[in-house]
Write a protein that binds this ligand. Structure first.
Ligand SMILES: NC(=O)c1ccc[n+]([C@@H]2O[C@H](COP(=O)([O-])OP(=O)(O)OC[C@H]3O[C@@H](n4cnc5c(N)ncnc54)[C@H](OP(=O)(O)O)[C@@H]3O)[C@@H](O)[C@H]2O)c1
Length: 174
């Protein structure tokens, strides 16, 4: 291929990510990559990189689901025009064990996956759910024919409890 659509730094490895960012800026200017971004960058990592960056990261890909919202980080990204993107949006399959998501799904006549992915969409979060099954991949895109009420959006936002299914950037042993 001639170019990549998006190339993010996977994790903020201390002492390395600023040099890596300079390399990504070079690739962007060379038009080898259409969008450059970061992943797993908390607010303090973003503040640090923005001090010397010539190009603001276009995307921050983070663990994001009803138990890990991190609204302050989303607000910071929105303020700096950094697109927030959700990895493990369905808690690696664990959302299907939550009765309260099933209750909302029944109310809208949708699946729990469709409810959570629609919540992502209405929050302005780009989402990258994964499934190994064709019928689920297709069903997971069928989220454009309904809208969650403001009350249900607030309810889903309120499920935040800081639970992670992947590592925390500040304590991950790179
Ligand atoms: N940037 C990072 O550091 C980072 C870290 C982790 C993950 N990621 C990326 O994030 C993406 C998604 O994350 P993830 O795979 O960890 O978790 P996920 O998308 O939250 O969950 C995937 C699980 O949900 C199940 N599933 C999907 N759709 C379903 C449906 N409609 N009904 C029932 N079950 C369903 C899948 O099972 P089946 O396959 O059986 O359908 C799979 O077990 C991946 O592309 C991954 O590479 C990025």
């Amino acid at each position: 291929m001639d170019y990549l659509d998006l190339y993010p730094i996977h994790w903020p490895v201390k002492g390395k990510y600023k040099d890596t960012w300079r390399a990504l800026e070079h690739l962007y200017r060379e038009r080898k990559v259409r969008a450059i971004g970061v992943s797993n960058f908390l607010k303090h990592h973003l503040e640090d990189i923005l001090q010397s960056a010539e190009i603001v990261p276009m995307v921050n890909q983070m663990e994001f689901h009803p138990h890990l919202v991190q609204q302050e980080l989303i607000d910071y990204c929105n303020e700096h025009h950094i697109q927030y993107e959700a990895w493990s949006p369905m808690m690696q399959g664990k959302i299907f064990e939550l009765d309260f998501i099933k209750d909302i799904a029944d109310k809208y006549g949708k699946s729990p996956a469709q409810i959570v992915l629609r919540w992502d969409l209405q929050k302005g979060v780009v989402t990258i759910p994964k499934s190994s099954k064709k019928d689920r991949i297709i069903a997971n895109t069928d989220i454009f024919d309904f809208e969650l009420s403001a009350e249900d959006m607030r309810y889903l936002d309120g499920l935040e409890n800081g639970q992670r299914f992947g590592p925390d950037s500040d304590s991950f042993d790179f």
